[in-house]
Unconditional design. Sequence first.
Length: 119
Amino acid sequence: MSAESFARIVQQAIADLPIEYARLLDAVAVVLEDEPPPGVLQDLDIEDGEELLGLYHGLSLNDESFFRAGGQTPPQISLYRGPLLRQCDTEMEMIQEIGDTLVHELGHHVGLDDDEMPY
């Protein structure tokens, strides 16, 4: 699948998000990447055969503070095209999986741990 087709599917997945999640994306950039960097996989202890579909980068809303020193990068979610393509057989599955991944990563944005996630 081309990068352009993938971007179109991501846009559809974003459009399909429930409004409470879509509103959170106003303050979070969504970045599309082909594969997760090897260093990220090592840092997260992702084993061979496991796939990382997305990753939240930045401070959670719980950790942000007016008094925190500047220079922090804005929050962003990376979506990884290769792993998502390997996980999904159809475009509809891809839209659903991207939506679920975005909701999971937005959970990190609001300060949830993996075991507290809605997905």
